[in-house]
Design a protein around this ligand. Structure first.
Ligand code: ADP
Ligand code: F6P
Length: 326
């Protein structure tokens, strides 16, 4: 195995709180092991454009508490094409980078897997996305902060819902996974939750809303995950309005607020641990894997598996949220 003298680190896909803490951990662990670190700006885009910067210990001072990513992130459509990935590998070789740490979601790992499989370039992934949908880790970096952000926003909406006897349809992120929705619904005592993984229909939702009204509930929160069959929160609310014209409701889409802000303690701890483990995995000769945590222990999952499978939401939690909203 060729000795690793220099590693690169990049963040790719949607930013997530805690990515900075992961960058810091990668940089400091590498320096501890006397390895040079190169920060690659703007994910795979910066790799193609040779946007490289040498990272020292002080380069990552204080970033542990900042949201976003100091290396910036991007979606890079060119990376889907082999000819551009070839350029990326040439750029890595030219810069003397022997191995790469990719912090991102499953899309980013698909790109990283190509580098490992097609060119034998050594790369380890760290799961960074608010969606928590990556197989091979119980939690992704950013998820904990995102759900806390959503919970505090929904608590505030609840005040207005109560004061004005309103029902709020609140849309949360998650791409096509219901983790954020389910957890925030349970934590805010939402009256109903709509997630992509569990079929729902407008007639049953309307029956449920009318039943709630008969129980003299004057306000309510319906948490809607983006990406479901029934459409966005606004579309669902419009369909409800068609069936129950006198129903008073409002729609709030929380949007990118869920991706920002200072990372929670849990996200910082996870990011620090996975950043440390990623560098050590490379030093032990591992490649083509994502490092995650399963039941509190470090776990390595081949990129193929991390990308082809999805974490399952906890359906029991869905049932509990429903029962507790009585
Ligand atoms: P995430 O990593 O958060 O899932 P994306 O799905 O947008 O976000 O992926 C991030 C980037 O990873 C894409 O913009 C693209 O550059 C790269 N990527 C995604 N899928 C592939 C693929 N199948 N092959 C090569 N690169 C990919
Ligand atoms: O993957 C993170 C995420 O925030 C998803 O929850 C959401 O569907 C998507 O990214 C939004 O992406 P963009 O910021 O590119 O619109």
């Amino acid at each position: 195995m060729k000795k690793i003298d220099r590693i690169g680190v990049l963040t790719s896909g949607g930013d997530a709180p805690g990515m900075n803490a992961a960058i810091r951990a990668v940089v400091r662990t590498a320096i501890y092991n006397k390895i040079d670190v190169v920060g690659i700006m703007r994910g795979y885009s910066g790799l193609l454009e040779k946007q490289f910067m040498s990272m020292q210990s002080h380069s990552v001072s204080k970033i542990i508490s900042y949201g976003g990513t100091m290396l910036k992130s991007s979606r890079c459509p060119e990376f889907h094409q082999e000819k551009y990935r070839r350029i990326a590998v040439d750029n890595l070789n030219e810069a003397g980078i022997d191995a790469l740490v990719v912090i991102g979601g499953d899309g980013s790992f698909r790109g990283a897997n190509h580098l490992d499989k097609d060119y034998g370039f050594r790369v380890v992934g760290i799961p960074g996305t608010i969606d928590n949908d990556i197989y091979g880790t119980d939690f992704t970096i950013g998820f904990d902060t995102a759900i806390n952000t959503a919970v505090s926003a929904i608590d505030k909406l609840r005040d207005t819902a109560d004061s004005h006897n309103l029902v709020f349809f609140v849309e949360v992120m998650g791409r096509d996974a219901g983790f954020i929705a389910l957890n925030t619904a349970l934590a805010t005592g939402a009256e109903a939750t709509i997630v992509p993984e569990i079929p729902a229909d407008i007639d049953s939702l309307c029956d449920y809303l009318l039943l709630e009204r008969r129980k003299n509930k004057t306000s309510g929160i319906i948490v809607v995950a983006e990406g479901g069959d029934l459409g966005s929160a606004a579309e669902i609310a419009a369909k409800v309005k068609e069936k129950i014209p006198n129903y008073e409701m409002r729609v709030t889409t929380l949007g990118h607020i869920q991706r920002g802000g200072a990372p929670s303690c849990n996200d910082r701890v996870l990011a620090g641990t996975l950043g440390y483990e990623a560098v050590n995995a490379l030093l032990r000769g591992m490649s083509g894997v994502m490092v995650g945590q399963v039941n509190g222990r470090t776990a390595f999952t081949p990129f193929e598996e991390a990308c082809s499978r999805h974490n399952e939401i906890n359906r029991k939690q869905y049932e509990i949220a429903h029962i507790l909203s009585l």
